[in-house]
Design a protein around this ligand. Structure first.
Ligand code: AMP
Ligand code: MG
Length: 477
């Protein structure tokens, strides 16, 4: 294992974008979770793990000398409305830490007021912290690029939301916290040199293959777009609905960030949307690719001043954006056809589409419908689709073209377990009401290996019963 390394490259280089800001101490912190596996990857110091010193750090009460906390500035379009200043209103970046060859941000979220808090208290409630911990780690287990959770603690204080709730702090690890909204903030400072320095930093940090290009900014747009198009295609292939794809919640690194009202679709319906605040379904399942493009257009706007005069820059950027849909679809069909064990040919795509239509018509769980294809026999699939005639026809057609060896591999492709809303809700409710973390820990364990089906975890395979169903999720801020 490598040794622990830290730095503050962003805060040092961009004093106009990162503001020194200490966490506000809390009265009685206690552990919720510590991620030893991730800590090992970071070579995290032994004395700052699940120890008193670790608790003091992850609650923001006492920081080791290498930590230099900063609140980062960003702007963003929230539900298509531009807000020139958002920023870390309840989070501080502790520093950057080496993870193998890479550098990652370590951030406290829920650590108190900052210059960007506006009317907010700078705190987070227990529920959203447990939710982000579970879902971000589940996404990692599913192989999706995502921010991670290193630690979670309760503060011993309450936060006032609709009711008084226990307060908590999440320690988040991310490739970086640079967002489309960060680029928008820099653009609005209206300083060409700073804009260029910022984009050069993004290239150094996330797209080093572009270093040395004389005009890397158009390429940067292409590369960010590629990663985002692929990321969203992967979300779609898992039934994941982010729920609040504002430009401040879209990273430049291509990681999933900000698990607010996110949720996984159960019965397949492309119009599914869970978020309480998303009344019009702007961020519904089937709109995610279009919103990805919309956000990339906002990112492209931040690059225009670096692409030469307007006559040249706008057509160049537009040409890149015009490829979004094609790139997205290529990834989408690759992911989806892999789920039925076939290369992404037009006939395989048709077979996928027919299967989705069946799920839609018979209200079948998206995750299970793909999982049972790995069984090697049709017994579970038959029950799932009620042995309907149209399903039998589809299954027959599929069996004609797929090889048994590939079918056996599908259990490594199609997860058995996802963080189903009602399971996450149960973990949160038990923790909130009695402080009991048993179910939270159990879910964590299951979701760490989402492809491994175990008989003792039968219940977690199943979609919610009508009584268990969670139809709305909340931002939890
Ligand atoms: P989010 O909805 O979590 O993406 O946050 C949107 C913006 O609101 C960001 O600038 C956050 O920092 C800010 N924010 C969210 N919750 C709070 C809070 N409790 N106190 C202060 N700022 C907050
Ligand atoms: Mg956010």
């Amino acid at each position: 294992m490598t040794s622990f390394h830290h730095r503050h490259s962003y805060a040092t280089r961009f004093p106009r974008l990162a503001f020194p800001c200490a966490p506000t101490p809390v009265t009685a912190p206690q552990w919720l979770a510590f991620n030893h596996v991730l800590a090992d990857e970071l070579a995290w110091p032994a004395d700052l793990r699940d120890s008193d010193a670790g608790l003091a750090l992850f609650s923001g009460n006492q920081l080791p000398s290498w930590v230099k906390p900063h609140a980062l500035a960003y702007a963003g379009h929230q539900f298509a409305q531009f807000v020139p200043q958002l920023g870390d209103g309840r989070a501080v970046l502790l520093g950057e830490v080496a993870q193998g060859e890479d550098w990652v941000d370590v951030q406290l979220k829920g650590s108190g007021r900052t210059p960007f808090s506006r009317g907010g208290d700078g705190r987070a409630a227990l529920g959203p912290v447990l939710r982000e911990y579970l879902v971000s780690e589940a996404m990692h287990g599913l192989g999706v690029p995502t921010t991670r959770a290193l630690a979670a603690v309760v503060t011993g204080e309450t936060v006032q939301r609709e009711t008084a709730l226990p307060g908590a702090i999440l320690t988040r690890v991310a490739a970086s916290h640079l967002r489309v909204g960060t680029a928008q903030y820099v653009l609005h400072l209206n300083q060409l040199e700073l804009l260029q320095q910022f984009m050069d930093y993004v290239i150094e940090r996330h797209y080093p293959s572009l270093i040395g290009f004389s005009k890397p900014y158009l390429k940067l747009l292409e590369h960010v777009q590629n990663r985002q198009a692929k990321l969203i295609a992967q979300w779609m292939s898992l039934g994941f609905i982010h729920g609040v794809m504002n430009t401040d919640n879209m990273t430049l690194s291509g990681e999933t960030i900000d698990y607010g009202p996110c949720a996984f679709m159960e019965a397949y319906d492309p119009t599914t949307s869970f978020s309480f605040i998303d009344k019009r379904g702007r961020y519904a399942y089937h709109n995610q690719p279009a919103i990805g493009l919309w956000n990339m257009a906002r990112f492209a706007e931040t690059l225009l001043p670096l692409l030469g005069d307007e006559a040249a820059s706008v057509p160049q950027a537009t040409a890149v954006l015009e490829d979004f849909q094609t790139i997205y679809e290529k990834h989408y069909w690759q992911f989806m056809c892999t789920k039925i064990g076939l290369p992404a040919t037009p006939s395989a795509q048709q077979l996928v589409q027919r299967y989705l239509n069946l799920m839609h018509a018979h209200q079948v769980d998206f995750t299970l419908a793909f999982r049972v294809l790995a069984d090697g026999d049709a017994s579970r699939a038959k029950i799932l689709f009620n042995d309907q005639e149209d399903w039998r026809l589809w299954y027959h057609d599929w069996q004609q073209v797929v090889s048994p060896a590939t079918v056996a591999q599908l259990r490594h492709v199609n997860p058995a377990y996802i963080p189903r809303n009602h399971l996450v809700a149960r973990a949160i409710t038990e923790a909130e009401q009695t402080g009991d973390l048993t179910y939270f820990n159990r879910l964590q364990q299951i979701l760490a290996e989402p492809f491994t089906e175990r008989p003792q975890w039968q219940e977690e395979l199943q979609p919610a019963s009508p009584e268990q169903q969670v139809t709305q999720t909340f931002c939890g801020t």
